[in-house]
Unconditional design. Structure first.
Length: 661
């Protein structure tokens, strides 16, 4: 698609069909505007009404919002509830109890289904096993699991007894796991012997053993192992037990533990602009409310829907739109263990056809990779499959480029399914800016308008509003129920990261740049404003990757990491490295680059592997010793250096760093 065609696509408007508007929960822009007006007129009353109507409280709240210790906001503080009961118990005694809750498709295509009643029994039994191991309300439990029903059961069981779970993505390294166990003070780890991905057994338990052996994990008393495959794994006597062992003799009934609305439901670690990952802490009441509401509003979930969010439970999308939101909404959802390209790149379309998926939610990176595969092989093109069950499509994790949007709209949605391009973050707990399928006219490449009650705006460096049509920093002006409560164990970092004093200390800084269109006021996200990269929808701190590189002390003297645009992953990691020896060239440089990539994968995980590695005798620095990252960004993009380099201590190394391997 040419640049001119791209501009034309971005300016195209796709109104929802009459049939979609008629059937939707929020029907037409008048209904959307009415909700926004209600929130503007009576902010606390608006949220109180929604919380009373969408959450089952064991003790009703009397105070909606406490702003007395801003930015440490509290919502529904004196109310009590249980997240698991809101996802499972509330459906018992209704027709939903015998409805399929989860359709699980394994890597090899085997399908398992569980009803809400069966899922409640499994969660209750596992919750009793946790209690039998001395795990109690307020304890932290690390979950390092594959994408299986058992992963959701583990999360729900923690919530059922009031334990705070911290899920770690199964692709993260032993070191990353070690850091998270230590920071959370986890008393137990729930894992599996292996996970199945693309027909291969990949170890999980061995990585847990390695992470604990690194030291500092004395807090861990129990490791519970789901035997996903028949292959044996190391088991440490007195600490490790299989699921079969821990579940032996446990009752299928467990009374849910009421917790305060502000009780930490989970901690989820995300990369920051400094080396240490941030433990984003979410509350129970506010998070659950928004998970349920956004299922209703953004996905317009109906009783007959089959919902499929392709995200892993190791990311926030898998928390909100796999483990909690669909179950709170009483939906039938698909959980998929494998990867979209195994046994071929038609796997997603095959599964949509087989399970009659009606609401499909995936990442732009996945869409772009499947476009490439489909255009190269007609046999796995979406048009070869029956996708007529689809009625709503969604994207998550990063902005979707207009070309991919149009392909998705035409080839997957048949030009009839609205696309909800959702902007949100680990810290926001759920969608913030998104079209509503039965109300919002969509524009390719734009996440359109904030959801009702979300007071989003674009400001300059000191917090002043910027007129539509001009770019600036995305902020939220008022607190909302599902927002991050703090960074676990580091309240000062929370304030500094999200409520900077230079903006007045009362605006939530999303960390993304954005622009609003001059005509409709639609938002378009332009990218991160801090040193955090968005690779295939995964946030990676540049400092984290730099720290991993320089920790290879026998080889690396210095490293700097920046991002560059990438057609497939949105953003690619580009590393500039100075070795403790002469600068390598040719085949030697390629070999060393491979060693460094593998090292980063070991230290952080495969997703953090630099796509580009450049070697130099030094890094571009000012005479005061500061690395000029703006120059590195230009080099990574292949741009000519037009900036002033007169302050550089060593301008000659720019040519070295521009050399590709």
């Amino acid at each position: 698609m040419s640049a001119v065609e791209s501009i034309l696509v971005e300016n195209r408007v796709f109104p929802p069909s009459d049939a979609t508007v008629k059937a939707a929960r929020i029907s037409g822009m008048e209904a959307y505007n009415a909700l926004c007006a209600e929130a503007e007129k009576d902010f606390e009353g608006f949220w109180a009404r929604l919380a009373q109507g969408n959450v089952v409280w064991t003790k009703p709240f009397t105070k909606t919002l406490d702003e007395s210790n801003a930015p440490f906001y509290k919502w529904f503080e004196d109310g009590e509830l249980n997240a698991s009961a809101n996802c499972l118990d509330k459906h018992i005694g209704t027709p939903v109890e015998n409805k399929t809750a989860i359709i699980f498709e394994a890597d090899d295509g085997a399908v398992t289904k569980v009803t809400y009643k069966e899922l409640l029994a499994r969660v209750s039994q596992f919750a009793n096993a946790l209690k039998a191991h001395g795990i109690k309300k307020g304890d932290r439990v690390v979950v390092y699991m594959p994408m299986t029903i058992e992963g959701v059961v583990a999360m729900q069981a923690c919530a059922r007894i009031g334990a705070t779970h911290s899920v770690v993505f199964g692709g993260f390294s032993a070191k990353a796991l070690n850091e998270r166990i230590i920071d959370a003070g986890a008393v137990a780890v729930i894992t599996a012997n292996y996970q199945m991905r693309g027909g291969k057994e990949l170890p999980l338990k061995a990585i847990v053993d390695e992470g604990i052996a690194m030291g500092g994990c004395e807090c861990v008393k129990s490791v519970m192992v789901y035997m996903r495959t028949p292959t044996a794994c190391n088991m440490q006597a007195g600490r490790d037990q299989t699921f079969a062992e821990v579940l032996q003799g446990q009752s299928f009934e467990c009374v849910p533990e009421p917790v305060g609305a502000e009780h930490p439901l989970f901690i989820l670690y995300t990369s920051g602009s400094t080396g240490k990952p941030k433990g984003v802490q979410h509350s129970t009441g506010g998070f659950l409310l928004w998970a349920k509401l956004t299922m209703d509003w953004v996905f317009d979930i109906q009783p007959s829907d089959v919902f499929w969010c392709t995200a892993d439970i190791g990311w926030v999308t898998g928390h909100t739109y796999v483990a909690y939101g669909p179950l709170a909404a009483g939906a039938t959802e698909v959980i998929f263990e494998g990867i979209p390209t195994f046994p071929n790149a038609g796997r997603f379309w095959q599964m949509i056809e087989k399970h009659k998926v009606s609401v499909f939610y995936t990442a732009p990176t996945a869409i772009r990779s499947l476009i490439k595969a489909a255009e190269g092989d007609e046999k796995i093109h979406p048009k070869r499959y029956d996708l007529t069950s689809l009625r709503i499509l969604g994207t998550v994790g990063e902005p979707i480029n207009p070309e991919a949007w149009m392909w998705y709209h035409k080839n997957v949605g048949g030009e009839r399914c609205p696309i909800v391009d959702t902007f949100w973050q680990t810290e926001t707990g759920g969608h913030m800016i998104s079209p509503l399928p039965g109300a919002t006219p969509t524009v390719p490449g734009s996440c359109t308008l904030p959801l009702p009650g979300i007071m989003a705006a674009i400001v300059d460096e000191v917090g002043h509003d910027i007129p539509n049509g001009s770019g600036g920093m995305l902020v939220v002006k008022r607190p909302w129920p599902s927002m991050i409560r703090t960074i676990w164990g580091d309240p000062e970092r929370y304030k500094k990261s999200y409520f900077p004093e230079e903006m007045g200390g009362n605006l939530y800084l999303a960390g993304d740049g954005a622009v609003r269109s001059a005509d409709r006021g639609y938002f378009r996200i332009t990218g991160r404003i801090d040193d955090v990269l968005n690779v295939s929808g995964h946030r990676l701190g540049t400092m984290e990757i730099e720290s991993a590189l320089v920790s290879m002390t026998e080889l690396v003297a210095e490293a700097a990491v920046v991002g560059r645009p990438d057609d497939m992953t949105g953003e690619a990691v580009c590393a500039f490295v100075v070795l403790k020896r002469s600068r390598p060239t040719g085949e030697e440089a390629k070999q060393i680059a491979t060693v460094l990539r593998n090292w980063v994968a070991k230290e952080i995980g495969p997703i953090a592997k630099p796509k580009d590695i450049r070697f130099g005798d030094n890094l571009p620095k000012t005479r005061s010793g500061k690395i000029m990252r703006r120059l590195l960004r230009s080099i990574a993009k292949g741009e000519a250096i037009t900036q002033d380099t007169s302050t550089l201590e060593n301008p000659a190394i720019l040519e070295q760093l521009a050399e590709k391997l």
